[in-house]
Ligand binder design. Structure first.
Ligand code: AMP
Length: 140
């Protein structure tokens, strides 16, 4: 399947739709998931137009996963999480709903289960505050 430049994350990358930004550099954009399945649930997307894990060039994937680790560490520190769940879905049969490659970073606590999909829409003020805390650790 070809990459669709009208997908919602492509629109976020072009600044046509707002997001609660956590991190940005030349290779990636990271922002809060609007339907968080755990407190601080965020997404990391490449700037290259990749549909999912199955079509991204290996060097672009390597650049992306380096940022994923850095942002996961920052989210864990900023929110006092005890662990991280990393998720990535490729193609509809794999659970993918938005067809621009993204990694989910989900801060986790032993005593707290993940909210089942679909989670309710997050409180915008809470998402903004969590994004600010993670940005501060990242120096953004
Ligand atoms: P999936 O493709 O299955 O990994 O799911 C897409 C994810 O994107 C879901 O967790 C949605 O809550 C999230 N999402 C969809 N639209 C937006 C948006 N405008 N801003 C942030 N997250 C979004």
């Amino acid at each position: 399947m070809p990459y669709d430049p009208d997908n919602i994350f492509a629109k976020i990358l072009r600044g046509e739709i707002p997001c609660h930004k956590v991190f940005e550099d030349e290779a990636v954009l990271s922002f809060m998931d609007i339907m968080p399945r755990s407190p601080g649930h965020l997404l990391v997307i490449p700037k290259v137009p990749a549909r999912n894990l199955l079509d991204i060039a290996p060097d672009d994937l390597a650049a992306l996963i380096r940022r994923v680790q850095r942002i996961a560490l920052a989210a864990k520190e900023a929110l006092g999480a005890e662990g991280i769940t990393l998720q990535q879905f490729s193609e509809a049969a794999g659970g993918q709903e938005v067809f621009h490659l993204h990694f989910h970073i989900l801060p986790r606590w032993e005593a707290q289960r993940m909210t089942p999909h679909p989670a309710p829409r997050g409180d915008m003020a809470v998402l903004a505050e969590q994004a600010a805390r993670i940005r501060a650790v990242l120096g953004q």
